[in-house]
Design a protein around this ligand. Sequence first.
Ligand SMILES: C[S@@+](CC[C@H](N)C(=O)[O-])C[C@H]1O[C@@H](n2cnc3c(N)ncnc32)[C@H](O)[C@@H]1O
Length: 749
Amino acid sequence: MVGKRKKSNNNNKRNNNRDRDAAAGGNNEDGQAVKKTRTDGTTWDKGTNPRTWSDIVAKNEQFEDYYKKMNIITNEDEWKQFMEALGKPLPTTFRINTSIGETMTQIVRDQLAQVISKLPKEVEIDGQTFTTLSEIEWYPDHLGWHSSLPKKAFRKNTVLEEFHQFLMHHSEQGNLTRQETVSMIPPVFMDVKPEHVVLDMCAAPGSKTTQLIESIHQGLSEKSVPTGVVIANDVDTNRCYMLVHQTARLGSPAIVITNHEAQHFPLLNLGAELGGPLLFDRILADVPCSGDGTMRKNPDLWARWKNHFGSALHPLQLQIAVRAANLLKVGGRMVYSTCSLNPIENEAVVAALIARSEGSMRIVDVSAMHPALKRAQGLHSWPVVDKETGELYSSWESVAPTKKARIHPSFFPPTKEFAESIGLQNCMRVYPHLQDTGGFFITVLEKVSEFPNQIGKRLINQAAANTSSTTTTTTTNNTESTSTESPVSEESTATESPVAEESTTTTTTEKKEKEKKPAYQKFFEEPFNLLSEQDRKDIGQVADFYGLNEFPIDNLLTRSEKSAKLYLASKPIMNIIKGDTQRRLKIINAGLKSLQKHDGLGMMQCPYRVSQDAINWVEPFMTKRVVELSHEELLLIIRVTEPMFTDFRPELTKLFESLDPGCFVIKITGEDTHTRGMKFCVWRGKRSIHLLVQKQEIQSLANILKVKIEKQKGVRNHDDSSSTVVTDAVTTDNDQKTLTTTTLQTTAE
Ligand SMILES: C[S@@+](CC[C@H](N)C(=O)[O-])C[C@H]1O[C@@H](n2cnc3c(N)ncnc32)[C@H](O)[C@@H]1O
């Protein structure tokens, strides 16, 4: 009898997992992507024929029936507008990145203004009128933009083509991010300050992460290192490498990329001297969801959408939300968001989290923030639909006992009184027809006191006692405290959820299955380390060579024994590396590769070159080897690839001759809005120079500056042998970009 029940429980669990994976749509059980992406950003399921919008029938009766029953929109006319908007492709939207520094941001703004001045307001294509470019009204500081032009329009005339080039070039350079409007919403409600310690729990592919990093970079002076950090986490290792790629474009010393299940994200004890347990000022829980708010971007979802997708993911979503609440500092803010319209993935999770928090979490009323953002209120009630029969349940009590394994009490709405008391209406629902976007759900929450059964409670109290005590010197040793109060053991009691409850009935076979770890759990990244004595000596040499007088050497990390690469990292990252002595945090990448060794070049005075990704952080500290060039001189370097010293004006020829061989930095001066303020790492060879920038980026630069790159003449290499050696031995920058776009498998650095 018992055995039978176990078997049925296990079957239920397997079915639940299968449902969850189907609902999440993005990954199979091994964490591998089962979706493919077209060049226009839309996706299709692997193994099926890729289809475009013209083949899509934007209709699914089950979908319409379900959401009518859910009463998400009660007005019949509005419902029609909603369905009509859902059945159209998404407009192109983007935002200008501010983390590239004030000068570059202004340059991009100026160029955008130039593009806009040439663009007609509207264009007609095949009898239809499209707005070329308009501002996203609610997005702060005129940084968000919206174009309803279809892709094919860009090829129709030269002005639009120019706009297209602008978009392509600046996204590649990391100066702007193409991102769906609704996806920009959660970070702007997080109110991230530069000194904050932020966790993005389900971060890949990372568009919101980049916004969070921008807030950390906000208002920094040129000669500084950020004081905060964003830890961007994802369970899927391959998607973590997408994060590496996405965040590399921004070049931030304030980023850590980790690979954990968000629901088990470790609470690190950094030791008394480093502040004790690592809790967060801000957490984004942009959880895996059924994604039916993205049907405009992923039209294939129309054909496969099922009414049980939402309930399949609810347990995991709740576990992640509970973990987030535990990891948040008291007084800290978290945002829970999904790109789903389903109340079971949305209000139900928020209500269950608050109920479980026993008053320690509250929903923040943000209706006065960003008033131009059109939004609907959170729902107070909804029915739960039986997957097989379509029957509607209004309460858990009315569910047949045989169904109770799959239908959890937390799927149901709370009582009217509870919903009102917690202000469930303050959750935000963004519908496609409100401002021509996808669909999204966002709730801002605040932690007002410790969570019941708060994980790491003793460590937290101890840290609080340490900070308030001015007389006692603490002797708590990091390893001791972890062994006396292991956050791991607390995790299991803290994450109560239907999924966790089910796992108590695991059979031996299942245990064995579990032991065969899925691919995403294998972890073989090289750890990050503090600098050794030898490294510090080498840095002395580097500092002399580049005149790095006040460079923050204490903010450097290495990764391999050879210390081939030095990473600039903000203080909270340094604290994590120092304090996480047991290496519990599975770090894929941390900080920003700033200096890189060029092995095999014994004749070089300085073993390190500056990395192009970090140029904005390193150059302000350089008192030597920075050369100002004009716009025309940059064009020459791009066109000729390896110009000789003598190709430049006499002063420059002399200057290049007087530099020791190795890396130096050029800064572009003058009034040209395309290039003013740009900085590049350049190699000084024996008689010629060349950019230490990835080929692809040089090509994109050439496109926007309308320069034709000349084929390199072989003879030049013979003339200038050192430059040939240099070209072979010194790879251009952004190794990580090449890595992520090609194999996505090896160690990312
Ligand atoms: C909605 S997407 C996140 C989008 C992302 N925040 C952005 O703005 O680009 C959900 C992500 O959650 C990840 N994920 C799924 N289950 C997870 C888990 N248990 N823990 C952490 N991440 C998970 C998926 O791999 C996916 O990358």
